[in-house]
Ligand binder design. Structure first.
Ligand code: HAM
Length: 430
């Protein structure tokens, strides 16, 4: 036997038994995108490395350690230097915004993208090299209301998929006016205790001191005593943050202030947030995250335009649903259409009548004995078997309930009603 080939490390196959959970979660993302008036945008899965280096920052983990380089057909080193699979969608969306002159459209723009992201990270539970995000971005709105709206939207998402107990961690990391003073205060504080920092933190202290707070191995007392960004905000940043928190209070959104929440990507300004199942914060397994990036459009070559968004990790959402034992709603009955002779065209025609009514149908394409076809239908989880036989000549079929076993002859015109229980409601689309 030839050697087996396995999926790459850090990737997973989404098997059919997992698809009901994914379908349900994706249906919520689509419905919320509609209800919150977001328009879909799709960008390439790979972009120039420079886009990420400039947008997310050379010293961000995503760029420095986790960039998934891809080569063109020639595979030359030059090629490899140029392209990377996207580690996140925000930089690509902002690139597209600038490239297509989208600033002339009536704003603020509300854009959404769902799809795979790639980070060449050390794989572990909940951390993959390929994972999916539901991302939303609002470009062109500087006011605090949209910050609160997005945090409320994320809360609603978790509620509607059925996750309990999700809490937002929020912080404000200021802007170019007040961040330098905060950075200086952090550097002074950590330099005085440099011997207690990890090697990684000592390096971060030189290139990006805020990220020292991100170090999971930072001693708790050192973290607790560190200067807090909220104490160094300039007046406009402080007012903005207070307004956001007031709105969250009014809306009853659950949040905690998290002074260590500096986020790993350099483009953030002002409000930042991450979502956790309450009590699971220590594992650094955020279910979703985001924040404001008021300088990013300009940094990538556009005119100064504020922006804000979030990315929700769909893999982690599905995992959390499984951990909380949330079952997915039934998808409505599955119907098998079976036949007794060379009636395959008729099987497809009858399947079509049921499908027109939104019913899921699995026609049997074999010429096996009816008993064998019934066995396969039951194994596939069908609730009913529609059996085509001599009655077809008079416009009827046999309908067999595979749960109870009873069967009856039903006119084709009545078949949909018989399968859906006579109610007006059709099974929900999946
Ligand atoms: P991020 O925090 O890097 O932010 O990722 C957002 C979410 O994606 C995380 O909270 C997590 O749920 C999921 N995620 C990240 N890495 C992995 C991984 N290796 N495996 C599984 N899930 C993962 C961003 O990507 C920003 N673009 C969010 C944003 C949008 N900020 C403004 N707009």
């Amino acid at each position: 036997m030839a050697a087996k080939i396995e999926a790459p490390r850090g990737t997973r196959d989404l098997l059919p038994e997992e698809s009901p959970a994914w379908n349900a979660v994706e249906a919520v993302t689509r419905d919320l995108s509609r209800r919150y008036a977001f328009e879909r945008i799709d960008t390439p899965l790979f972009e120039r490395v420079e886009l990420f280096a400039r947008g997310l920052g050379e010293s961000s983990d995503a760029v420095e350690k986790e960039m998934f380089r891809v080569s063109g057909a020639s595979g030359s080193d030059e090629d490899r230097a140029e392209w990377a699979l996207r580690p996140e969608p925000t930089a690509g969306i902002v690139r597209a915004y600038i490239e297509h002159g989208m600033h002339v459209r009536p704003g603020p723009l509300r854009l959404t993208l769902t799809g795979p992201m790639f980070r060449y990270d050390r794989p572990q539970a909940g951390r993959y090299r390929q994972f999916s995000q539901w991302d939303v971005e609002v470009i062109g709105d500087a006011g605090p209301m949209v910050d609160a709206e997005l945090i409320e939207l994320a809360h609603r998402f978790y509620r509607e998929v059925g996750l309990d107990d999700v809490v937002a961690h929020v912080n404000s990391i200021g802007d170019e006016a007040c961040r330098p003073q905060y950075r200086d205060a952090l550097v002074a504080y950590f330099e005085a205790q440099e011997d207690r920092l990890t090697d990684d933190s000592r390096r971060r202290l030189r290139v990006n001191p805020l990220r020292v707070l991100d170090d999971k191995e930072l001693a708790p007392d050192l973290a607790d005593g560190a200067p807090r960004s909220v104490d160094h905000l300039c007046d406009p940043c402080r007012e903005h943050f207070h307004a956001v928190l007031n709105m969250l209070d009014t809306l009853g959104c659950r949040y905690v202030l998290d002074h260590r929440l500096v986020r790993g990507l350099d483009y953030y300004t002002r409000t930042t947030y991450e979502f956790f199942v309450a009590g699971s914060e220590g594992q650094q397994q955020a279910l979703g995250a985001g924040g404001r990036y008021d300088g990013l459009v300009e940094l990538l070559g556009g005119r100064a335009t504020p922006g804000i968004g979030f990315g929700i990790g769909l893999d982690r959402t599905v995992l959390a649903l499984r951990e909380q034992g949330v079952a997915q709603a039934s998808r409505g009955p599955l119907v098998a259409v079976l036949g007794t002779g060379e009636d395959h065209a008729e099987r497809l025609a009858v399947a079509g009548v049921l499908r027109d009514a939104g019913i899921a149908v699995r026609p049997d394409g074999s010429s096996r004995k009816l008993g064998k076809q019934l066995e396969s239908a039951a194994k596939a989880g069908a609730a009913y078997a529609v059996i085509l036989g001599d009655e077809l000549a008079t416009g009827s079929v046999v309908l067999k309930n595979l749960d109870g076993g009873e069967q009856s002859t039903v006119a084709l015109d009545d078949l949909v009603r018989a399968v859906t229980g006579g109610g007006a409601g059709q099974p929900p689309p999946t």
